[in-house]
Design a protein around this ligand. Structure first.
Ligand code: 13P
Length: 256
């Protein structure tokens, strides 16, 4: 897998237009040059994605969306086309976040269709998987991850120039919508191994090493980020709340 450490900010819908613009300006100033070996991606809400992409256009920071629809054009009221995301300067798309699974009944099949169209449009899907608290307590953790990931990816051809990020985000670890419990690094590492085995089963060694990166998300902040990024099978982090404050986010990037 790639040596770069990837740090992704998921702003969810926490910020309005003015605040999104201000935070993007602060990022532009504070991160004129990214530390060596770090890749930073910011995912604002749909409304402000283009604005943030424009502010960050001449920096090394890339932007991503928090979802997209699986059709490119047509009569699909209220959805967001992958073509428009691409046109607005977006390179990454988060898919299957647990908040979408919970509030919008997003299924693995939907994630599958979205992943396909995102790849076809030359963007990188960030596929979120992870068990909830009850599944963990009931020893269903591996099963939950295996099901989410294999149903999301099975049947999608991955070419050597495609990039896919898999984010292990256990629901019980998310600070706001989940339980906010920080997992032990050993548990994250265990789940990353489960994910890697599924990927190896689906795609084999060469494609997995060339195209896939596994990251961790859930209550990541500047004090704990290194506990996860130092794991040999974790390539980065997906950060929610702690990405909304410039000093804290810059500290996360430096410590990752
Ligand atoms: P927190 O970092 O606030 O726990 O959120 C994680 C998350 O949901 C990122 O996608």
């Amino acid at each position: 897998m790639s040596e770069e450490t990837i740090i992704i900010a998921n702003w969810k819908i926490a910020l309005g237009g003015k605040e999104s613009g201000e935070l993007a300006e602060q990022l532009k100033k504070g991160l004129r040059r990214l530390p060596d070996g770090k890749e930073v991606i910011v995912c604002p809400s749909f409304m402000w994605l283009q604005k943030v992409s424009e502010i960050l256009a001449k920096t090394d920071i890339k932007t991503g969306a928090q979802d997209c629809f699986w059709e490119e054009r047509g009569a699909y009221t209220g959805n967001v086309s992958p073509l428009d995301l691409k046109e607005s300067g977006c390179h990454y798309v988060i898919l299957g976040h647990s908040e979408r699974r919970k509030y919008l009944s997003e299924t693995n099949l939907m994630v599958h269709q979205k992943a396909r169209v995102v790849l076809n449009n030359g963007m990188t899907p960030i596929i979120c998987v992870g068990e909830d608290f009850d599944q963990r307590q009931g020893s269903q953790k591996d099963y939950a991850i295996i099901r989410q990931l294999s149903e999301s990816l099975e049947g999608i051809n991955v070419a050597t120039d495609n990039k896919i990020i898999v984010a292990y985000e256990p629901v019980w670890a998310i600070s706001t919508s989940g339980g906010g419990i920080k997992p032990e690094p050993e548990e994250v590492s265990y789940s990353a191994d489960v994910i890697r085995h599924i990927l190896l089963d689906l795609y084999g060694n060469e494609i997995v090493n060339t195209c896939f990166r596994i990251i961790y998300g859930g209550s990541v902040n500047s004090s704990c980020v290194a506990d996860y990024t130092k794991l040999p099978n974790i390539c980065g982090v997906l950060v929610g709340s702690a990405s909304l404050k410039i000093e804290e986010f810059v500290e996360i990037i430096n410590n990752a």
